[in-house]
Design a protein around this ligand. Structure first.
Ligand code: RIB
Ligand code: CA
Length: 299
């Protein structure tokens, strides 16, 4: 008798690798997507919400979609990384031809609170964008820290950043939110660039994975070729989801994590000597993870 599926709320800024994470989620009978909440990051929140609605229609998903934060907690929103995720946030693929419903009722952070309170101990929050919605939910309802089954976050970097030499994009987009989320007393696992960088989908693998993967990653992979000389693209957000289903592909440690919120190192995540310890995935079997991803999404 297989265990009942793990309930997942995906907080996301789609985003090309976010789209691939949804493709993985769709293929997993052990994960049940109960809601999608959107946030600014790879594009403005109107665009990331439109992209989530489009992905739901394109991938045949049924979860409700709730629009979330348009700006960080306490600083202006930075520029969208159009050079990585394209002007439309999804690698500039053609988004025409699908009738999109409007977002579902309820602000993202309010729906996170409601769903977690209605399913005590059963919901895993998976955040693969800036952490503003999770911080707002914690501020409004600190009790959810005791009610979630877990929190998994794609974010942070200990060796080197991507948006700056020090900071990873999701944390850099809202360092104050990341600091509050990482300090909260909930069961949290961080999936930083140290673990996601080796998770490279080669261009040949993307081509062989079918039309959707090939088209949605084309521009994203071109950006990696231009900026990092990579043959392919990095599956940051997919790795966060796979940490739920294949933990054996990762090496982990536990330590408190501090977030720098000012100066040129804003958004940097560093090991701290005191504070709430969190799980940190410090390494991953990148090729093994990518193979698992491709096997899972294969038709
Ligand atoms: O730094 C990588 C992260 O930033 C990923 O979640 C990507 O989608 C962007 O949001
Ligand atoms: Ca993302």
């Amino acid at each position: 008798m297989s265990a009942s599926p793990r309930l997942v709320i995906l907080d996301t800024d789609p985003g090309v690798d976010d789209a691939l994470a949804l493709l993985y989620l769709r293929a997993r009978p052990d994960l049940r997507l109960v809601a999608i909440t959107t946030v600014f990051g790879n594009a403005d929140v109107e665009t990331t919400t439109r992209n989530a609605l489009w992905l739901r229609a394109r991938l045949g998903l049924s979860a409700p979609i709730h629009r979330g934060a348009a700006t960080p907690l306490s600083r202006p929103r930075g520029p969208s990384p159009v050079h990585v995720h394209g002007d439309n946030g999804l690698g500039d693929i053609d988004l025409s031809g699908l009738d999109l419903a409007p977002p579902d009722n309820g602000e993202a952070h309010e729906r996170i609170i409601e769903i977690v309170r209605a399913n005590p101990g059963a919901v895993t929050l998976v955040a693969i964008g800036p952490l503003t919605n999770l911080a707002l939910a914690l501020r409004a309802a600190p009790d959810i820290a005791d009610l979630v089954a877990g929190v998994t976050i794609m974010g942070g970097a200990f060796e080197r950043g991507n948006i700056t030499p020090y900071a990873e994009a999701n944390v850099h987009n809202d360092p104050e939110a990341a600091a509050e989320v990482l300090a909260a007393p909930w069961p949290l696992t961080l999936v930083p660039l140290d673990a996601t960088r080796p998770c490279v989908l080669s261009s040949a693998q993307a081509f062989a994975a079918g039309d959707f993967v090939r088209e949605v990653t084309r521009g994203y992979a071109a950006a990696y070729a231009r900026h990092e000389g990579l043959n392919g693209c990095v599956l940051h957000d997919v790795a966060a989801l796979i940490s739920l289903t294949r933990p054996q592909l990762f090496a982990s440690r536990r330590a408190p994590v501090a977030v720098t919120t000012h100066g040129e190192r804003a958004g940097q995540t560093v090991w701290a000597l005191e504070g709430t310890p969190v799980g940190i995935l410090i390494e991953a079997d990148g090729p093994g993870l990518v193979e698992h991803f491709l096997r899972t999404i294969a038709p």
